[in-house]
Every structure is written in C-alpha cells, then in structure tokens.
Design a protein around this ligand. Structure first.
Ligand SMILES: [Zn+2]
Length: 529
C-alpha cells in the first residue's frame, strides 16, 4: 500500500470517529477566529472545570459546564482544563470570550451571566458529537444586541405543570433568552396562589368546561358546544419561589403578569362585588375579550389589587412587574354609577383615563417596593404613568410612540412575534391554532428598532420577545412544537446586529440545533417556511 493511500485511509478513519467542531451555533457568536497555525485540543474524559474559589454563581456555572461537557468540577483554576473566569472588559455583562489553545479552554465573562452564555456556546458546539471531539484552537466571542431577550408563556388559558415550566426555562437558556414573562391570570383561569385570598387558587383556577374548536366569529357563543373536562391548576408560592430560583441559576428573570383591569372574570367569579354589575360571573369557558372588567370606581378594587400585587412582589424579585392592561373594554365603566362618580371626582375627560388612574396607583404601589410597571401598549391610551415601560404588541406604533416619550419598550408585535399563529401555510399539517401565519422566516426577519427613531429614542428599545398564548395549545408537547424552532430565530433577532443576520446561513446552523432538540427530547416543527 502506498503512503498516500495509507494516509488517506487513516484520515478517512479519523473523520468517522473524530468530530471537529466549528463553533457555528445559534445564536451565532460575534466572532470566530481560528488559530492561524492550526492545532486542536481533544476533549477527553477526566478533564476538569475550574472556577474562582468562593464564588457560588461561578461554582454553579462550573457544574453546568461539567454536566454539558461530560467533565468534573474542581475548585480553583489551577491545573483545570476548562477555566471559568471573570474580568472580561465590557460594559455589557452578558458578553463572553472563549479561548481554546495549548493551555486548555478559558471561558471569560464580563460577569457570571457572560460566562454562562460562553458555556452554552461551547455546549451547543459539541452537543451532537460522539467519539473523540476535536476543538480547533480558536477565539470565540459573543455579545447580545439587546439587554431584554424575552419569551412569554400563557399558563392561564391552559395550565402547564411545574416540570414543564422548568423544561421551558431550560429551552430559554439554550437559546440565550434571559426574560420569562409569565402570564398567570385570565378570564379562563387564575393560577397565582394568593395566601390571604385562598379562594382565588381554590375556585378561580377551575374552569368547568371549554369551548370546542375555534370560537372567533361565533354569533352565539353561549349556545356553542363545550367539553366537560375541567381545566384546573395553580402554582403555590413555594413552587413559584422554586421556579424563580431555578430560572435565576440560568440567568433568567421571571416577569410575572397579573392582567388588569380586564381579563379578570376568573377573579370576579369569586369576588363579584369587584365588577361594575355585581355579577354573578363564571370562569369563562370560551375565548375572546369580555366586557366585564374590574370596576374602576369601587375602592375595593384597588385594595384587592394591592393585596395581590403585594404577594406577587414577595414571590418575584423582578424589577419589572407586568400589569397587563390590554383588551379592557370600557362599556361597563360608561354605564356604572361608581365609575362615573370616580371620573367626575378626578375630573377626567374619558374612560381611558380611568384606566390610567388605576395604572398610576399601581405604579406608585410598585415604586414603593422598588419595582417598575410594564404594561401592554393599550396603557398608552389615557397617558402613560411616569416610569412605565411598554410592551408593544399591536404592531410597532405603540412602542415607537412610547420611545419618543422616553419610556422603555419591549417590541413584541403580532406580525413577527405571536407564535400562537400557524407556522405553516397548510393548516392540515399542524395542530389547531388561533389563526394567522407566522413562519420561521418572518420571525427571523424582525427588526425591533423602527428606522424612523432617532439614535437617542432608539436607546429606549430594550429588546424583543415572542409570545405564546395558549387558548389552543393544550399540552407541553404542543407548546414545544409552537416554540421550536421559532425561538431559535428570535434568539438571533435578540443577539445579532442586523448586518450579521443571514437567513440562509441560519437554516444551515439550525440543522445542527435541531439535532440537539432531538437529543434533548424537544418537539419541534420540522418544516421551515
Ligand atoms: Zn364600575
């Protein structure tokens, strides 16, 4: 056998058992520079991950790295094959830099969260490899474009168990997403335990029946067909504290939402005196927007809200607290003597300002606790309270208006971010969805900063978020299918500068990430439009 053939055969053999990593993951690192002289390090069993002694967050980071890479943890950095370290000079705490060279691997972060993102990049680089893993000598660094990288999950229309909430948080972490906006209450179910008002968890969390099929455009929903399977469930405060801690280890902040003054029928079903008509009310079994909302003129309404939000702040340390504020019709307020008296007393010119009055009360209440109010873009209608942040869902206009008034904004317009919409044109190939059409490519194409904002105004766009409403999303598997891979596209919107985005290349990298989804047992949509 001649030498050339022998070396060809040897390298072919090596290709079949040695995987050489290219670090091209999702979200794509900002820079990947291979060592000009070449060379690689072999990742082998018995290697260790070291971290700065005494730093508990870095210790947890080291445990994650060891788990993902199949290594073991050692305290201190001396002699470690993978060293986790702080001190990367950057004003962005989420920045990371990985160097792979003769001396091993160093993952450096501008803060502990940056180190975590570096670990995720390395993890995704090698996750699908088997046998001997070759890490080419290289310098890899990443820096997210936006500080706020969110995903919303509605656990009120359908209840999702704690085990799935943790899996959902793992999915966010895999994609470099750092905010979990948790939608906890609705007309159709109350999921947040309030210890001083136990009936909310016990009774308002129970929906006796649910409309079958889609109910948009039904002329007579009262005579529609309902199933007889109760939808129940709520999170105890202990469970939620545990989830908050689980998310925090993964550098994810949970922003809880108690939607007010609309979307409150579940609460009204146990406290009918808080509605303008006095009820009775039943936890809604159908979807859509209800006319019945909290009475703005009843002083008990604010008492109720402050009790709920007091306990909410005890459970969730997040600076931002979401008050909802969307889809709250004012028809009951127009006909309610209490609401009209309040309007006169405050010298207001319209009912929208009654909502602003409630928002201002809530903003002051939250500010006393060091928190900041965020609401859907309807909160702009009667004038924004002073430090309120806005989540723009009805297009980009609300977010633009808020940024021009120097309010912080999260962009989550239906057109690019509502992942409860169908992801394929052919509806027969997917489970029932609310309607709409939001293919992967359209999520990827999102640009959160409108081009007509000035540089100064653009600074108020904190970031972007996908929203998963769950009227028709009935199980964890179904939720995963709606999330993936659209979250992968969102993560590049959140991390990459516009000029670095490239949909064709994204799809190539997605092949590898989807292989990881399969390894991790995640359901996802395999067709991309
Ligand atoms: Zn009223």
């Amino acid at each position: 056998m001649n030498k050339r053939l022998l070396s060809f055969l040897l390298s072919a053999l090596c290709l079949s058992v040695c995987a050489e990593v290219n670090y091209q993951v999702i979200p794509l690192p900002q820079q990947i520079s291979f060592d000009k002289k070449g060379g690689y390090m072999l990742l082998t069993e018995g290697m260790t991950v070291g971290y700065p002694a005494g730093n508990q967050q870095m210790k947890r980071n080291a445990e994650f790295a060891a788990e993902y890479l199949g290594l073991s943890v050692t305290e201190g950095k001396k002699g470690a094959d993978v060293s986790l370290t702080l001190g990367l000079k950057s004003s962005n705490p989420d920045d990371y830099a990985i160097s792979i060279g003769k001396k091993g691997i160093t993952i450096q972060g501008a803060s502990e969260s940056g180190v975590f993102y570096g670990i995720q990049t390395l993890r995704k680089s090698i996750m699908n490899e088997t046998g001997e893993i070759r890490l080419p000598y290289a310098w890899v660094c990443g820096s997210p474009r936006f500080e706020y990288r969110g995903t919303m999950l509605d656990c009120a229309r359908h209840f999702f168990p704690v085990s799935f909430i943790k899996k959902f948080i793992d999915i966010l972490a895999l994609h470099g997403i750092n905010r979990f906006h948790w939608h906890l209450t609705e007309d159709q179910g109350w999921r947040f335990e309030v210890k001083s008002m136990p009936e909310l968890a016990e009774k308002a969390s129970v929906r006796p029946c649910t409309i079958i099929g889609r109910n948009i455009g039904l002329s007579d929903p009262d005579n529609a067909i309902y199933d007889d399977t109760p939808e129940t469930g709520y999170y105890t405060q202990e469970e939620m504290r545990d989830i908050v801690a689980y998310a925090a280890e993964r550098y994810i902040t949970i922003i809880p939402e108690i939607d007010l003054p609309g979307h409150m029928i579940a609460a009204l079903s146990v406290y009918p005196e808080l509605g303008c008509t006095g009820g009775p009310y039943k936890v809604w079994g159908r979807w859509g927007v209800a006319d019945d909302v909290l009475c703005a003129g009843n002083p008990k309404t604010l008492e109720f809200l402050k009790t709920v939000y007091g306990e909410l702040c005890d459970v969730f340390p997040s600076k931002l607290i979401h008050i909802g504020g969307d889809e709250s019709p004012r028809v009951r307020w127009k006909a309610c003597p209490k609401c009209q008296a309040k309007k006169q007393e405050l010298n207001l010119s319209n009912e929208a300002q009654l909502q602003t009055y409630i928002n201002k009360e809530m903003e002051a209440f939250l500010a006393e606790r060091g928190r900041q109010l965020i609401g859907w873009d309807e909160t702009l209608e009667g004038g924004l309270s002073e430090n309120a942040a806005v989540m723009s869902w009805r297009g980009y206009e609300g977010g633009k208006a808020a940024a021009k008034q120097h309010h912080q904004v999260v962009m989550t317009p239906t057109d690019n971010c509502y992942i409860d919409y169908y992801q394929l044109k052919n509806h027969d190939r997917q489970p029932l969805a609310i309607g709409g059409y939001l293919p992967l490519s359209k999520v990827y194409a999102m640009e959160p900063v409108p081009s007509d904002l000035t540089k100064e105004e653009a600074k108020y766009i904190m970031g972007a978020q996908c929203n998963l409403w769950t009227e028709y999303v009935v199980s964890p598997d179904h939720a995963e299918y709606m999330l993936l891979p659209r979250l992968a596209a969102m993560s590049e919107v959140q991390w990459l500068q516009p000029e670095a985005k490239n949909y064709e290349q994204f799809l190539e990298r997605l092949t590898k990430l989807e292989q990881s989804y399969r390894r991790l047992g995640y359901k996802y949509c395999t067709v991309h439009e």
